[in-house]
Design a protein around this ligand. Structure first.
Ligand code: SF4
Ligand code: SF4
Length: 434
């Protein structure tokens, strides 16, 4: 690969930086990310190759470029050239080459199109290297260099302006009024005080409005004092996926600060995996260890309501299999909660061959589902999941992440498959007992 003077075909650029300035911006950011943990991780890879088989992109394609460790190559080079203990010698003798702009552009596909930051590789690595986390940190440098997929950059610009990738905050009251009328359920908006601030994923204000209405139905059933709020409603956090840390912080603060402002003790996240990663686990970056509100995912909320007897559900009495969303289960630790809810619904659970902590990603996380040029790769990954679902013979195919659902729906459409993933939340709402 040589240093290109223009963009590599198929890869996107933002801003007016020249090639050299882009490489420098990326390298500077990579080096800034090297805390002790990242350095240890980069240093300790023994090239055993175990992470390769763990990655759905490698499994689905067999292409060596999709092995997890390859995704970290320029990051590794930045470390040895700029931050490792022998960096001055490495640089002086050019023992490790500085990445070229062409390599960074090629890397864009590896970091953004073919990594969902699902952490399955992290789980199998015998050295405990958190590749998913390193990919996330590498994305920070790519964003600084203006080298992210244009579809994600577009969403970034919208979120900077609107606080949401798809919905200006000022439109929220009208949209909620429409969802409320369509589904016949009151949805409070902009109340000055409430106990629970409820947030949404973008699809719940568009294609999946039933999910939002169903959340409202359950909250109203338990008599909660809750509201949605135009100042903090979109939990999807595109900054988390794009490597735009400043935006990630702004979007996280919008949710938490709005909850604090209205006196809410609980911030309820929708069925969205990356929302959970960004708000539940990464908010401590900006707030310190003790967050000022309790942040819980919809699945935890449902589990608590059912376990405490605050809602009761009718038993469906059928077989089901469950797709574990990576950010909620493997990265987020909520493996048992969804299974308790499924059990309460009377499902006989037939697990996928790979499930729970070791479940395969849907292929659309980390912004991949929004990156249209990655669709052919996503469809290959979908075949893996489709095969495992079919092998269970289950009557229902359930998940608890709207983004997984969109990815799986698109995959099913493309494959002409008649099975549609169902939302755990919608199943609970549809089967509320009197
Ligand atoms: S985080 Fe997931 S998608 Fe990314 S390299 Fe690892 S296994 Fe593959
Ligand atoms: S599994 Fe871990 S040690 Fe082995 S090649 Fe992958 S990152 Fe390196």
């Amino acid at each position: 690969m040589s240093a290109a003077s223009g963009p590599t075909p198929g890869f996107d650029r933002q801003g007016e930086l020249g090639d050299e300035a882009r490489v420098d911006a990326a390298m500077k950011s990579f080096v800034r990310e090297f805390g002790v943990t990242a350095a240890l991780h980069v240093e300790s890879c023994v090239r055993c190759g175990q992470c390769a088989e763990a990655c759905h992109f490698y499994r689905a394609t067999g292409d060596a470029k999709y092995t997890p460790i390859r995704k970290l190559e320029p990051f590794r080079r930045a470390y040895f050239r700029e931050a490792g203990p022998f960096a001055p010698i490495v640089r002086a003798l050019n023992l490790v080459r500085k990445p070229t702009i062409g390599e960074l552009e090629q890397w864009q596909e590896l970091l953004f199109d073919s990594c969902t930051m699902c952490g399955r590789c992290t789980l199998v690595c015998p050295m405990g290297i958190d590749i998913a986390e390193l990919v996330k940190e590498a994305r920070h440098g790519m964003f600084k260099a203006g080298l992210v997929p244009e579809r994600l950059a577009l969403m970034d610009r919208a979120a900077r302006q609107w606080g949401s990738t798809a919905t200006p905050g000022e439109d929220l009251p009208d949209i909620l009024a429409e969802v409320s009328a369509e589904h016949g359920v009151p949805i409070p908006c902009d109340l000055p005080s409430a106990d629970i601030l409820v947030t949404a994923a973008p699809a719940e204000l568009d294609a999946h409005t039933k999910s939002l209405a169903d959340a409202a139905r359950i909250l109203n059933r338990i008599g909660a004092r809750w509201t949605m709020h135009r100042e903090g409603f979109d939990a999807s956090n595109i900054g988390f996926n794009n490597g735009d840390l400043a935006l990630q912080e702004r979007l996280t603060r919008a949710l938490i600060d709005t909850a604090v402002k209205i006196g809410a003790k609980t911030l309820l996240l929708p069925e969205c995996g990356h929302a959970y990663g960004a708000a539940r686990w990464e908010a401590a970056r900006w707030y310190g260890d003790a967050l000022p509100v309790r942040i819980i995912h919809m699945t935890e909320f449902l589990d608590e309501l059912i376990s405490s007897g605050r809602i009761r559900v009718n038993r469906i009495g059928a077989t089901a299999t469950f797709h574990d969303p990576c950010q909620i289960v493997r990265r987020g630790g909520l493996e048992a909660a969804a299974r308790r809810v499924l059990a309460a619904l009377g499902f006989e659970l037939i697990e996928l061959q790979d499930h729970g902590l070791t479940g395969y990603c849907c292929g659309g996380g980390g912004g991949v589902v929004s990156n249209q040029r990655a669709a052919p790769l996503r469809y290959k990954v979908f075949d893996l999941k489709k095969g495992q679902v079919e092998a269970t013979g289950a009557e229902h195919f359930v998940t608890s992440c709207g983004q997984c659902r969109i990815t799986l729906e698109a995959g099913a459409r493309n494959a002409g498959w008649d099975k549609s993933p169902e939302s755990l939340l919608e199943l609970v709402a549809d089967n509320l007992a009197d």
